[in-house]
Write a protein that binds this ligand. Structure first.
Ligand code: ASP
Length: 346
């Protein structure tokens, strides 16, 4: 009898039942080393284009997003939960080109893209051409966590959103007069209209009317895991369901615990050509560069080298943060591992 009992105990300890029980007893180990960074788009921002109250408004939203993210990290939230929460704050603000505030396409629509990636297990989720999902980043996260797929598009993505209980809104929710006017200004000027191939001349004109505002976030959580997310309305006056780099895993968004978490912003076509976010990973992983050097090479050498413009934020597993851009400004901010906050535009 006694022998039978020991035998049963032995079997259970090595069975999957025993394994689940063992795992549930293991509390995740949390350290006090966590940090986060965000961006709200890069572009040719110059101080004279902003009134002090406009500057203040942008800084306030970034501040609010950072403080929320940091307080979640203090309470033990995971990197992907923090990426989603931080990006949602910026998506809900009409100031940034994501969620409410997304730019208009040539057809007068808002077509939104987003992606999220978990550096711990390389799980990721991405969406493109959304018209009715209030928070594209939440749908990207839902795809990552609760679907067999990685990348969903348009109506299909919105069908999945409804099934999963993700908030859907009327397209009118996204209307922001300033964004509408920006699109009309470009569309009505044949000189600045994007043609089929796109044109770098058009991008200069877009910059001159403040078209930036894509949002992104990178996080190191208290369990030593990193994650990245990006959300955007794309480029003003885009056509033919154009998709930029932001929702493309490896181009605009990438995270890998072996190296870094990255979110890019700028003229998406060039970031796609470079597979820019993954390129930062590659310089770290294969060439043993630190996060700052790797990001600097990608933006200052490679992006600049092909005539591209924009920037990126990146974080490594030590919580080292870097902001790199070859434009005159990038809305950006961070709270580092010491709890020090930083917010800047130029
Ligand atoms: N990278 C985005 C896109 O090309 C736009 C931006 O970051 O401003 O869709």
């Amino acid at each position: 009898m006694k022998l039978k009992f020991y035998f049963l105990f032995f079997i259970l300890s090595f069975s999957s039942f025993g394994q689940v029980k063992m795992d549930s007893l293991k509390a995740p180990i949390m350290t006090s080393k966590f940090a986060l960074a965000l961006h709200g788009g890069a572009g040719n921002m110059v101080k004279r284009k902003f009134t002090p109250s406009e500057e203040e408004a942008y800084k306030k939203v970034m501040d609010e997003a950072l403080v929320l993210g940091y307080s979640m990290l203090e309470k033990g939230a995971t990197a992907t939960d923090v990426v989603e929460a931080v990006i949602k704050v910026m998506e809900d603000s009409p100031l940034f080109n994501a969620g409410k505030g997304a730019v208009f396409s040539n057809e007068g629509m808002n077509e939104m893209d987003a992606a999220i990636m978990n550096g711990k297990d390389l799980k990721c989720g991405a969406v493109t051409n959304l018209r009715k999902v209030k928070n594209p980043i939440s749908l990207a996260k839902e795809i990552m966590n609760n679907s067999q797929f990685v990348f969903l598009n348009g109506e299909g993505a919105e069908k999945f959103a409804k099934l999963q209980g993700i908030e859907i809104v009327d397209t009118s929710y996204f209307f922001v007069q300033k964004r509408w006017n920006e699109m009309l200004k470009i569309r009505d000027s044949s000189k600045t209209q994007l043609d089929n191939e796109g044109s770098s001349g058009a991008i200069d004109d877009l910059d001159s009317i403040n078209k930036f505002g894509t949002v992104g976030c990178v996080v190191l959580d208290g369990y030593g895991n990193i994650a990245a997310g990006t959300s955007t309305g794309g480029i003003t006056n885009k056509k033919f369901n154009r998709i930029g780099d932001s929702p493309l895993i490896g181009s605009g968004t990438y995270a890998n615990n072996e190296s870094c978490a990255v979110s890019c912003t700028g003229h998406g076509e060039d970031f796609i050509r470079l597979v820019a976010a993954h390129q930062v990973h590659s310089y770290m992983f294969f060439k043993h560069k630190n996060v700052e050097k790797a990001a600097e090479i990608v933006i200052k050498k490679e992006l600049t080298g092909i005539g591209g413009r924009g920037g990126l934020i990146a974080i490594d597993r030590q919580g080292r943060i870097t902001f790199q851009f070859n434009t005159t400004g990038m809305f950006r901010g961070s709270i580092d591992t010491k709890g020090e906050k930083f917010v800047a535009i130029y």
